[in-house]
Design a protein. Structure first.
Length: 55
C-alpha cells in the first residue's frame, strides 16, 4: 500500500478549467513517478515513450 501524503500549500493549483494540477513540490514529496504524464513531473517521465529519463 502506498503511503498517504498530506496536501499542503504549494502542492497544487487550480487550472482555469477547475482541475487540480499537482506541482513539482508535491511530486517530490510523494517520492515516486506515477507514470501519468504529469505536467510538473520532476522524474522526467515521457508518456509518448513510456520511459523515465535517467540522470
Amino acid at each position: 500500500m502506498k503511503k498517504f501524503v498530506p496536501i499542503e500549500d504549494g502542492d497544487y493549483y487550480l487550472t482555469p478549467e477547475g482541475y487540480r494540477c499537482f506541482t513539482e513540490q508535491y511530486h517530490l514529496k510523494r517520492g515516486y513517478c506515477c507514470e501519468s504524464g504529469c505536467k510538473h513531473c520532476p522524474y522526467g517521465f515521457d508518456k509518448k515513450t513510456n520511459t523515465i529519463k535517467k540522470n
